[in-house]
Design a protein around this ligand. Sequence first.
Ligand code: AAO
Length: 512
Amino acid sequence: MGMYLLLLVAGVCWGQYNPNTVPKRTSIVHLFEWRWQDIAEECERYLAPNGFGGVQISPPNENVIITDPQQPWWERYQPVSYKLCTRSGNETEFRDMVTRCNNVGVHIYVDAVINHMCGANAGAGDHATCGSYFNAKTEDFPAVPYSVWDFNDHKCKSRSGNIENYHDISQVRDCRLVSLLDLALDREHVRSRVAAYLNRLIGLGVAGFRIDAAKHMWPADVKAILDKLEDLNTQWFPAGTKPFIYQEVIDLGGEPIKGSEYFGNGRVTEFKYGAKLGTVLRKWDGEKMAYLKNWGEGWGFMPSDRALVFVDNHDNQRGHGAGGASILTFWDTRLYKMAVGFMLAHPYGFTRVMSSFRWPRYFQNGKDVNDWYGPPSNADGSTKAVTINADTTCGNDWVCEHRWRQIRNMVIFRNVVDGEPFSNWWDNGSNQVAFGRGNKGFIIFNNDDWSLNVSLQTGLPAGTYCDIISGQKEGDFCTAVEVHVAADGMANFLIGNEDQDPFIAIHVDAKL
Ligand code: AAO
């Protein structure tokens, strides 16, 4: 308590770096485009029992309805107001989701689209998910209200009014991102409208925010808004808890705007993470897993306690945003499980698992022309329910990566080893590597084109462990591979390079 008091007294509002998950829950899952009622059910039936710390939800505020193309997923990144109704549900369903998830210790993190309103070409009318009238041409959003004075047009110096050059810092922050009407976040009226929106969500029980397009806002303007935020709802959080903040800033190097500019506000998305891990696992550019020995800050990433990390996100899994061709997604199933497994085993950063929907990819000249497809939907445009099959996978074209045994079990692995040091690194100089997490867990990969057969120091207590990748511990048995750790901590590992999942992970809660 002393340290906490000290920090409080020092006025160091450190809280916004803390994910606010309940103890020993160390990851969140992005349930992209899920309906609120499905999220509430998933919290109770799956996420809580399997130790997920929270859910990043799609933007819950009213957005424009786009008909060409037919309701793309990205229409939700074009706000019309801060009313809580979207394809995912209405305010009642939103409240129910937050309450039910919080009641089982799974917290809600809102994707906050506060840099802009809808596209300049979105027209005028009430084609919005709450039916609010707006006029993009005259920049009139009476449901907030915003008027022409609340936008940056006069500040932008580019010819088109859009961002034309990412090397011009003022353009990036004061011009329109892909023609999205750019809010003047230096104006008190705009700051107060945004803060009122976020505070309403805090009042309903949310635990934090993903700040969309943070790169396009001046760090001081973001801070001015965050300074207006209330502490979290004491029905579920200790008094004085600050909302968890993670800011979307795409910084792969090469541009003047750096993620570190935003550290004063909260954590920042580390896009180098997924781009590099994909390159290593694909063995491109001469990369190999042996080089992962100094993964994290050693690779030029931001400090671990400022990083929000992920293998892929909703943008770069479909060629939007950044990360390029190296990004691994659910389409690259075998390597994807290895990448997510590595991320969840390694201590670097706060981890977010992606959970996607399937869409009919169709490549023309190397680009997926169907990248705009919205979530699985019914004939009336409503989003389909997430159905659960007998084998616990999802139906209706929901991919549910978070329910894949290998990924779910690694979320649990991360919880079990939380706080334990990175230890006992081994590699074969190529693509066979292993490391432990103190005396709580151990993982080993074979990404070479030949088999692995090696005895290593695991750091674990003696005993028989169930490999939680090929199977898991059920009652007094292992459903698949067993690993025998001797009294001196040594164990032998055998991994064929053709194995369905060429990696093994064990931890003390999977010990017979
Ligand atoms: C849609 C249409 C547009 C239309 C607009 C308005 O696609 O044609 O003009 O509506 O009518 C999403 C979609 C957009 C969509 C938008 C609104 O992705 O296609 O526009 O909703 O409906 C930048 C931002 C970053 C942003 C990313 C997509 O910095 O914040 O673009 N991500 C967030 C959300 C995203 C959403 C928005 C923001 C808007 O996650 O879902 O857009 O709310 C460089 C820059 C990056 C920049 C990228 C892409 O990246 O550095 O900052 O991201 O370009 O423009 C290498 C480099 C890397 C570079 C990358 C790509 O990797 O290292 O720096 O190449 O060039």
